[in-house]
Design a protein around this ligand. Structure first.
Ligand code: HEC
Ligand code: HEC
Length: 374
């Protein structure tokens, strides 16, 4: 499996697992094979009162589209690299770039793999620092996953709209971008196993994380990063305007800890951001209601750039408190700075002017920061 825990392909696999469990548990509950589940619930209303109804065969079929690494579930079909190229330019290039190279919306699809990797089945650049960014083809060990994911989830703004043959063509094209298959290649259910034997990272799968076997012990000790961890993470992806809110507010769909949680897609990108390539956190709409300076700090979006102890875009609250300890006039001076914005004290990145802030709130926030966020 991927080394990168957050990859959407992995999420999609987990998803598949969950969905499969739902289907299975329905079956167990009713103690009948899936194929027999065509009768409507109304036929047995008394026995199964209040616990829903059988999934119909077509409902099961609609969810049951996963393609396994042994190609179970892969539909019959085919598509060529050149068909894939035409489709790609029409449906995918706007987000992923003509050559799958774009890192605007997501990490690049192709790049970072070599002919040697195809021989070893292990992508060498994964373990060197020379490759700036991990690409899909560097990571993915199984071509079935690529097929499954694209068919299930892409294009991002219109998932489940691709036909089987279109999916073959697109996968062929992406593999061609990585020179895994030649320009005149036609990918099909018949030759996909041969392609698997050439996947650059096919031997990169590990189960050492303990998550995929029942007896596995997941890595919950977190020994890798208990000190000297990276303090500043610059996220290099932005959503194009037209797709910004395509899946509702990302800020409300992500975990609620860590400095970067997902941009508030109900709002336009902040124009005055120091870097438009930076994903900003706003929990404003997710926060229940403002109470106390800590909530105000979030509500006013200060927390997008200032964290308690780590430097984000701006200095940490602790650093600000330290710097101005015992400095006369700090309160008034900083209130002015927050309102007007500016750069140069902590580095070259400017703080945008916080003109939306009332004087009363400004006072509360600066006081709170000078007090170390207490
Ligand atoms: C509107 C923008 C958009 C379009 C159009 C789009 N994608 Fe994507 N694609 C994304 C985003 C965003 C992700 C990451 C999704 C996530 O994090 O859940 C992604 C992820 C992927 C991945 C997974 C990469 C990985 O390493 O996990 C593949 C493969 C992919 N897209 C292929 C395609 C193909 C093929 C098409 C055209 C049919 C397409 N995409 C069209 C936005 C787009
Ligand atoms: C877009 C990012 C961003 C946002 C949002 C933001 N700040 Fe800042 N802030 C910065 C940066 C960058 C600096 C460092 C500026 C400098 O070097 O002069 C800074 C500096 C500060 C300082 C120290 C100023 C100094 O001169 O030492 C205070 C206090 C502060 N911010 C408070 C706030 C408050 C309160 C809010 C919310 C109302 C807020 N910031 C919102 C980026 C931001």
């Amino acid at each position: 499996m991927y080394k990168s825990a957050n990859s959407p392909i992995m999420k999609s696999l987990l998803h598949t697992g969950l969905l499969a469990m739902v289907v299975v548990s329905t079956t167990l509950l009713l103690n009948r094979p899936v194929a027999a589940q065509t009768a409507p619930a109304a036929s047995k209303p008394k026995t199964y009162m209040n616990i829903g109804r059988n999934a119909t065969a077509s409902e099961v079929a609609a969810w049951d589209i996963d393609v396994r690494p042994d190609f179970k579930g892969l539909p019959v079909g085919s598509g060529s690299v050149s068909q894939g190229q035409a489709l790609w330019e029409q449906k995918c290039a706007s987000c992923h770039g003509i050559f799958g190279e774009s890192n605007e919306v997501f990490t690049p699809i192709a790049g970072g793999t070599t002919k040697d990797d195809m021989k070893t089945g292990r992508v060498a650049s994964l373990t060197s620092d020379k490759q700036p960014q991990r690409t899909t083809l560097m990571k993915v060990p199984t071509v079935s996953t690529l097929w499954d994911y694209v068919y299930r989830a892409m294009p991002w703004n219109a998932p489940r709209t691709l036909t089987v043959d279109e999916t073959y063509a697109l996968v062929a094209f992406m593999l061609n971008l990585g020179e895994v298959v030649p320009d005149d290649f036609v990918l099909s259910n018949k030759n996909i196993a041969q392609v698997q034997a050439k996947m650059p990272n096919r031997n990169g799968m590990t189960q050492k994380h303990g998550m995929w076997t029942i007896k596995g012990v997941p890595d919950i000790k977190n020994t890798a990063c208990m000190n000297n961890c990276a303090q500043h993470v610059a996220v290099g992806s932005v959503l194009p305007d037209y797709a910004r809110n395509a899946h509702n507010n990302l800020a409300e769909q992500n975990r609620e800890y860590g400095p970067y949680r997902g941009v508030d897609t109900t709002k336009p990108p902040l124009a005055a951001m120091p870097s438009s390539g930076m994903m900003m956190v706003s929990t404003a709409s997710a926060a229940p209601k403002a109470a106390g300076p800590a909530d105000l700090f979030k509500k006013e979006n200060c927390s997008a750039c200032h964290a308690p102890a780590a430097r984000l875009v701006g200095p940490s609250i602790a650093d600000v408190a330290n710097k101005y300890k015992g400095v006369a006039n700090a309160q008034a001076m900083l209130e002015k700075k927050v309102k007007a914005g500016g750069a140069g004290v902590w580095g070259a990145i400017p703080m945008p002017a916080q003109t939306q802030l009332s004087d009363a709130d400004n006072k509360i926030l600066v006081q709170w920061m000078l007090n170390g966020g207490k």
